[in-house]
Design a protein around this ligand. Structure first.
Ligand code: SAM
Length: 334
């Protein structure tokens, strides 16, 4: 069986994959080298790379994201236990006969829908696998392992310039390759990690801990729109795809709107029952860093670290080497 590391969707908008050493160094510099008695909450978890990077060092992780695909990936990476005979399940799924289901009907050109998100064969293969995985629903551990593996395997052959807000007109070479389900390789532990799929501003009043890491969206790009197909594969429900892109209804985040981003952030910080708050934000964001600094100073001892970071690149924009400044706002609450 082909195994791959959990977190393959690394080209995730706003991914902190490349900033992990900086985050580890800064957080330890403030909180202390030994984090083994501390909890860390990654409340905008996305691909989950931050939680995974800290899970062996801290007492436990609280992970959350409003998007369901993210919940699946994070549940498997943090709470997943070793799946006995996982290779057999993966092999059985990989030899299933492709069939015409939701993905083929709405997102493959052969069905006549006009959308080219996957090759016809891969769309039908995703349908066959997704329907088969549903029969394992009673075994939550196995179900999330297979679903997380399918999400990452499907994402690798998507015919997009990285996100699902649009598709490429013709199939790119990677999208022509047959999708092969790869079982995600993760390191299970016995820690009491918690994983949620809620609005961060609702969840914040129900949790407490030591370190709160905030990585909210910083621009207008709604994740529910940009990754709608991952939610569709994960949910596999009946819905009406909208317009040319076939987007499904999604929850609109206040962090992606200029008029609500600042107040949402302030409420989150004010309500946080965590001693340390670390906020990643970027110099092209909807909220200015001075505004953030002034606001955070109202809630405790404030500090700032800045690092230069290469921006997110799309498939059709490989020459763009633009780098941005990434701010890490640090707060020790009163
Ligand atoms: C910048 S990304 C996080 C990236 C993540 N740190 C990583 O490295 O992959 C922001 C995340 O916030 C999530 N999000 C947006 N609004 C939210 C809200 N109100 N509550 C919880 N999560 C939200 C998005 O779905 C997205 O995954």
């Amino acid at each position: 069986m082909i195994m791959k590391k959990s977190g393959g969707c690394v080209n995730y908008i706003g991914s902190k994959a490349k900033l992990i050493p900086f985050l580890q160094e800064t957080i330890k510099g403030v909180v202390g080298e030994d984090l083994s008695q501390k909890s860390l909450c990654d409340i905008f978890a996305g691909s989950g790379i931050v939680g995974r990077a800290f899970k062996h060092e801290v007492d436990y992780i609280i992970s959350n994201d409003i998007e369901y695909y993210s919940y699946i990936l994070n549940y498997n990476a943090l709470k997943g236990k070793k799946v006995e005979q996982s290779a057999i399940y993966i092999e059985l799924l990989n030899v299933l006969k492709p069939l015409s289901g939701l993905i083929y009907q709405h997102y493959c050109v052969g069905s006549g829908c006009g959308r080219v998100y996957f090759s016809d064969h891969n769309g039908q293969k995703i349908d066959a696998l997704r329907q088969a995985i549903e029969s394992y629903k009673e075994d939550k551990n196995l179900y999330y392992f297979l679903l997380a593996s399918l999400l990452e395997s499907a994402d690798k052959v998507a015919n997009t310039a990285s996100v699902y807000s649009s598709f490429l007109k013709t199939l790119k070479p990677l999208a022509c390759k047959e999708m092969v389900l790869e079982g995600l390789d993760f390191e299970p532990d016995e820690k009491l990690h918690q994983v949620f799929c809620e609005d961060a501003n609702t969840l914040i009043s129900k949790i407490e801990g030591d370190i709160l890491y905030l990585d909210p969206p910083y621009n207008h790009r709604q994740y529910g729109a940009n990754y709608h197909l991952l939610n569709t594969i994960a949910l596999y429900d009946i819905f009406q795809p909208q317009g040319k892109t076939g987007v499904r209804n999604y929850v609109s985040s206040p962090y992606c709107k200029r008029r609500s981003a600042f107040s949402a952030l302030e409420v989150l910080i004010r309500e946080a029952k965590f001693r340390y708050v670390f906020l990643s934000y970027n110099d092209e964001g909807l909220i200015g860093h001075k505004e953030i600094a002034q606001m955070m100073q109202r809630y405790g001892k404030y500090d700032l670290q800045i690092i230069s970071h290469q921006r997110f690149k799309a498939y059709d924009n490989k020459k763009c080497k633009h780098s941005t400044l990434e701010y890490l706002h640090i707060l020790e609450k009163f």
